[in-house]
Design a protein around this ligand. Structure first.
Ligand code: AMP
Ligand code: ZN
Length: 430
């Protein structure tokens, strides 16, 4: 099933033609309406008419998170303020947040993209979506909400937290789809388990959309088994509308990125040169349809690759792999580059490991992985406990090439997160 079949299965040639037209249009609007971009173009001696092909995008300047912060609040608007109908801000961890603005048309367009995504996973008019992302300044919940309403399904604006109430909502209203972060999904599964709720028996859930933070295939499999549902990966960032940038189809083999709306480049983060298709690099995105606040070559800092083949579902929009991590998430221990994602992948693939973990870094590169394990392991059988500990240590060592301290904890010991989890606690520079 398709939401907008003509555009979802469009030929590559036609898609590229639309992309070039939209890119040129975006550039003209930025050049004439946004002093920041006008200056950037002058700095490199470029005029809008110089962009004649999609490859010419490489001549354009990048936009960074700092650019958004420096132009906070209204500096990057490409339309008069009166045309803006919604503000979102992005979860900046330091300093000023980033402000993102939507015109009516932008709101509508972002909802259209979500509608494509939901229909692509098999959503039908009798589905009920429990939206467990944070409502408010974040894009996550509202953008999904509007998209689901566009499809015409019932949306329960639950927001995150209060897990018992969430379960009650699922029971009372028969929710079939969930939208939440992977770390909250892990916690939800744990709470259901501890309350003796068997989702397959007691609930009507069919699928969940997980995004907003990296997670591994192992976590997907674990959650699919615990909840008895299909889990679809959902990628987006506030700077690009929020959710609906790239989404998995029912084959769950990479996320289709809506290329009529976003021009994707995958660059080597060190040289800023494009990497060959199929190779990992930093995702750099240009908005092609946005009216209120178009962005050129936005450095997402997210690492992923393009999956070269075409998809069995018939959609011609390229797929990106799971996000491996963010450039900034990488940390170095004893000279080795490590992404939290690698640790998650190992842990979630080991039988006996429960749902929560944290990585602690202390002075002199001491690294401790704190991991919750299933309650049965605390029945007094020390040997069983030690065997699990050494299995975890060995598997981590073979993945990350350094041997961490491993601390096994009872379920419920580590802080839970309803939104994005803080997985790495780095105390090395305190
Ligand atoms: P925000 O600034 O709150 O909009 O968060 C956007 C960021 O969340 C992205 O740049 C990614 O780093 C991360 N993110 C969003 N969706 C996913 C996903 N499906 N997998 C991994 N990381 C994601
Ligand atoms: Zn597909």
């Amino acid at each position: 099933m398709f939401w907008q079949e003509e555009i979802e299965v469009i030929s590559r040639e036609e898609l590229q033609r639309i992309q070039l037209y939209s890119l040129q249009e975006t550039i003209r609007r930025l050049y004439y309406n946004v002093p920041f971009y006008n200056q950037k173009f002058r700095d490199v001696n470029l005029k809008p008419d110089d962009i004649k092909s999609l490859e010419d995008i490489q001549r354009l300047p990048f936009t960074t998170r700092d650019d958004l912060r420096e132009n906070y609040p209204y500096g990057l608007l490409a339309v008069p303020r009166e045309k803006i109908v919604r503000l979102h801000t992005s979860s900046g961890t330091t300093g000023k947040p980033k402000a993102i603005f939507f015109t009516k048309k932008d709101i509508d367009q972002s909802a259209e993209l979500i509608a494509r995504c939901l229909i692509m996973t098999g959503v039908k008019s009798d589905d009920i979506l429990q939206n467990m992302m944070t409502y408010g300044l974040f894009t996550g919940a509202l953008v999904m909400h509007y998209g689901a309403e566009k499809v015409g399904i019932l949306v329960i604006p639950a927001g995150p937290g209060n897990t018992e109430r969430q379960i009650a909502l699922m029971q009372d209203f028969g929710s079939t789809c969930l939208h939440l972060t992977p770390s909250y999904a892990l916690y939800l599964a744990e709470v259901m388990d501890s309350k003796g709720i068997v989702p397959q028996r007691d609930l009507s859930l069919r699928r969940a959309y997980l995004g907003a933070e990296p997670y591994s295939e192992e976590t997907r499999i674990k959650l699919e088994n615990m909840l008895g549902i299909d889990i679809y990966n959902s990628y987006g960032l506030s700077e690009m509308n929020g959710p609906g940038v790239a989404f998995e189809c029912k084959y769950k083999d990479g996320m289709h990125i809506w290329e009529d709306n976003f021009l994707i480049e995958v660059l080597d983060p060190d040289t800023d040169e494009p990497v060959p298709e199929g190779q990992e690099g930093e995702i750099v995105l240009t908005t092609l349809k946005r009216e209120g606040m178009p962005l050129l070559r936005y450095r997402t800092k997210d690492i992923a690759k393009i999956i070269p083949d075409t998809c069995r579902c018939g959609r011609t929009h390229k797929r990106i792999s799971r996000i491996f991590g963010r450039v900034d998430d990488m940390f170095i221990v004893r000279g080795v580059n490590i992404f939290p994602q690698q640790i998650e992948r190992v842990l979630m693939g080991i039988k006996g490991v429960a749902q929560n973990y944290q990585i602690h870094l202390e002075a002199y590169d001491k690294m401790t992985v704190k991991v919750e394990i299933e309650q049965d392991f605390f029945d007094g059988n020390i040997e069983k406990l030690l065997a699990l500990k050494s299995r975890i240590t060995e598997k981590l060592k073979s993945e990350i090439l350094v041997t961490p301290q491993v601390e096994l904890l009872e379920p419920g010991t580590l802080p839970i997160s309803e939104g994005k989890a803080q997985r790495v606690i780095d105390n090395r520079n305190l």
